[in-house]
Design a protein around this ligand. Sequence first.
Ligand code: SF4
Ligand code: SF4
Length: 279
Amino acid sequence: MTEDEKREAVLRLEKRYTEEFGKKTTVDSTPAQEGVLFGYALNIQKCIGCRRCVYACVKENNQSRDNPEVQWIRVLKMEKGNFLAENMDKGYPDPAGIQVGGNAYQNSGVVLEGEHYYEPAEVPEKGHFYFPMQCMQCEKPPCVKVCPVRTTYRDPDGIVVIDYNWCIGCRMCIAACPYWARRFNWGEPNLPAEEMNPVTHYLGNRPRMKGVAEKCTFCLQRTRQGRYTACVEVCPVGARKFGNLLDPESEVRKILEKKRVFRLKAELNTYPKFFYFID
Ligand code: SF4
Ligand code: SF4
């Protein structure tokens, strides 16, 4: 597409959304800026499992409210465990030596299964911790590799984007993602006009259609304008940090230098730019 054709396409979309939702809607197409590589760091010790991030994300990014319900962030409730070397041999009928597998009679450490539909009277719940997950914006994204029409790709600032207009709904990317980060619009998205966020980006939170994949884009409609993501702003305990990995003075770089940091499923060599840390 030429620059003129792109401008025309954006104007067409702005007109269509403005009419459809009855409010002045903008569709930004700001590209990645030079010298920026976005990164995220989440303090796993601080998260209290309130899921304000989930709902702030739904609102900011125009996700389908229900039927179908689409949420880009999942907060998993996990049991606290006692994963010590001396417990490794427990839970088996006989002292059978260290076993790696799921056939112990009792749990001997952290139960690595999360629950994201939890409804307690209050959080955090005793004996639990919380593990938020969303798109990791992989440096080597398996989702991009498998897309047969190349409509999902990694932008130079590290954000993996989807051009919804070209998505054919094959769901290869959903199958390929090791982080359960992508969602599919099985039905027509349900976005009430009064709740629609009219400040959108072409590759981000503009309204989607039935039959396309979607996922977190680090709120590029905000972050490419120098703002924080909605989840960073809403988190009441400051568990979420975001910034430019190429800037040695950024908060996220300081965290990587000074804290104990890990990446999820690091052994897959997807090189997530979403880091977890503890103080
Ligand atoms: S987390 Fe999944 S959807 Fe996100 S870039 Fe990596 S493979 Fe793609
Ligand atoms: S808003 Fe913060 S504390 Fe609440 S669930 Fe999300 S990351 Fe955890």
